[in-house]
Design a protein around this ligand. Structure first.
Ligand code: NOJ
Length: 535
């Protein structure tokens, strides 16, 4: 049984993702900023989270809203100054919280001085810092690799008569991580922030960092369907997830380990058996390779139960699990499963074994906001207009209160605010015992207070298409049975494999709290309960 040994903050804690453009604007330009985040730290502390992960805040031409970095060791003036950053870090630490930065090592902006040099001539010493290749004899790109954001992954440079590779926009050229100078330069950028005292990094597209050295063609994806992004026409077997990527991850880890209690999250969209390799041999890789299963699985309790078991069973010995319900690239959970079911999803996220990451606004039940075509900002949406792939709907301003622009800004925000903001906002929900926010706050508090929930074992009890149930327990600590109805229909749960005697301590509707329960548990549709077991 998992003992009560001390866990580190990133194992025990709850992570909260801030998309900085949309969290809080402090200077009235319609775009969120660091001072804005500072103004809202009391809220985050009140909510009970442990660590904040902020999407990129570095100088950037904003072709991909900050994921195209032109200087890794400064702050974009839109977000503030380095002084603001230092203050933010201090304020976060003063509140006993941690700060995780987003780090984007796979590619830079095409305006980064390194790329401008690399592009200037074939002889430039930085030429090999990026992936340049001759055209094929007929002038076409060196191979068939596609860009995630549509079209070819190769861009022709007229001046030097070669193509360069970009897995994302042409404004985001991929670095050549096989070059030791690139490795050294990027590690020194990480060191800059670690020396300042940041507590960790979320590493963007970690599995993309190294490509096949022969740049072989990717094979076709025979399951491709028209509605999918064009990138999915091929299986990215040669352009991503290469064995050598683990050496790079290990180098990053070594750097982190030379500091005290710093951590690294890897953004990795891969099947479980490949994902777990990112923990590294002997656990010397990423601390938390992001586990995105809850984002992609069908909302079916049997499938989710099986996926949890597969994940638990695949984790390496010291590998710590984690779960994610939303981020700035995915539709919001409330829009996927509905408002009431989103409470069940929150209960799942916050009772599973492993570090949970909450996406800003999900704690209010914010939904995807339809953005009229002429207002679309996201390049993924703009490049594939017929596929409804814009990520803007999940990136709209945080809904703080019922005042103009939802208390996010004094002026019209960069993306429109949801029409419901007068009802669905922090102010309105804070003191409402039935609200999503109150529910999240209670769930977080319970998790933070109970060792079994933070660090205990996961014991599967039951999963059918409607209901999933499991126990969380740790030696000498309270035991909890979680029962979640992932459907809209009532369910009747009478497990034969365990004896239940306990009391509901937290439920998706507060009316159930305090009820004594035995082996017959009846739940309405969209209902979930946490039961404290007597024995
Ligand atoms: C993953 C990030 O989460 C996404 O927003 C970005 O567009 C791509 N990486 C490219 O950096």
């Amino acid at each position: 049984m998992e003992d009560n040994k001390k866990h580190l903050w990133w194992q025990d804690g709850v992570i909260y993702q801030i998309y900085p453009r949309s969290f809080q604007d402090s200077n009235g330009d319609g775009i969120g900023d660091l001072q804005g985040i500072m103004q809202r730290l009391d809220y985050l502390q009140w909510l009970g989270i442990t660590a904040i992960w902020i999407s990129p805040i570095y100088p950037s031409p904003m072709a991909d809203y900050g994921y195209d970095i032109s200087d890794y060791i400064d702050i974009h003036p839109l977000f503030g100054s380095m002084t603001d950053f230092d203050r933010l870090l201090t304020e976060v630490h003063n509140r006993g919280m941690k700060l995780i930065l987003d780090f984007v090592p796979n590619h830079t902006s095409d305006q980064h001085p390194w790329f401008l040099e690399s592009k200037s001539s074939k002889e430039n010493p930085k030429r090999d810092w990026y992936i340049w290749r001759d055209a094929k004899d007929d002038g076409s790109p060196p191979n068939n690799w596609l860009s995630v954001f549509g079209g070819s992954g190769w861009e022709w440079d007229e001046d030097t008569q070669q193509y360069y590779y970009h897995a994302f926009l042409k404004e985001q050229p991929d670095l050549n991580w096989r070059n030791p100078e690139v490795q050294e330069a990027m590690l020194s950028m990480m060191k800059f922030w670690l020396d300042k005292g940041v507590d960790g990094f979320r590493i963007d597209v970690m599995w993309h960092m190294i490509k096949d050295d022969k740049l072989r063609d990717n094979p076709p994806n025979h399951d491709y369907q028209q509605h999918m992004a064009t990138y999915e026409q091929l299986l990215p077997y040669y352009s991503t997830d290469q064995p050598e990527v683990h050496d790079i991850v290990h180098k990053m880890r070594k750097l982190l380990d030379s500091y005290n209690e710093r951590m690294m999250i890897g953004e990795i969209y891969l099947p479980i058996h490949k994902l777990v390799a990112y923990y590294g041999a002997d656990n010397n890789g990423a601390h938390l390779p992001f586990n995105f299963q809850l984002l992609s699985l069908q909302w079916n309790a049997r499938e989710i139960g099986a996926a949890i078991d597969q994940y638990e069973g695949s984790l390496p010995d010291q590998g710590w699990p984690n779960w994610v319900l939303g981020n700035h690239d995915q539709p919001r959970i409330t829009s996927r499963v509905g408002l009431q079911q989103a409470k069940v999803a929150a209960m799942l996220l916050l009772t599973l074994r492993g570090t949970p990451t909450i996406y800003y606004g999900d704690e209010l039940g914010m939904t995807d906001v339809p953005i009229p075509f002429e207002e679309v900002q996201d390049p993924q949406g703009l490049n594939m207009p017929d596929k409804n792939l814009s990520r803007d709907p999940a990136r709209t301003p945080m809904q703080w209160d019922a005042s103009d622009h939802s208390g996010f800004s004094q002026t019209k925000p960069w993306l429109r605010v949801d029409k419901s903001y007068k009802r669905i906002n922090v102010e309105a929900q804070k003191n409402d015992s039935h609200s999503m926010l109150t529910f999240y706050k209670k769930l977080i508090a319970l998790r933070q207070q109970e060792i079994s929930l933070k660090a205990g074992n996961y014991v599967p009890v039951h999963a059918d298409p409607q209901v999933i149930s499991f126990i969380r327990e740790a030696e000498g600590e309270s035991r909890f049975l979680i029962v979640l109805n992932l459907s809209h229909k009532p369910c009747y749960f009478s497990p034969k494999n365990i004896h239940i005697n306990g009391e509901v301590i937290l439920a998706t509707i507060p009316e159930l709290e305090g009820e004594k329960v035995g082996n017959n548990i009846n739940l309405s549709g969209d209902e979930g309960v946490i039961i404290k077991l007597e024995n």
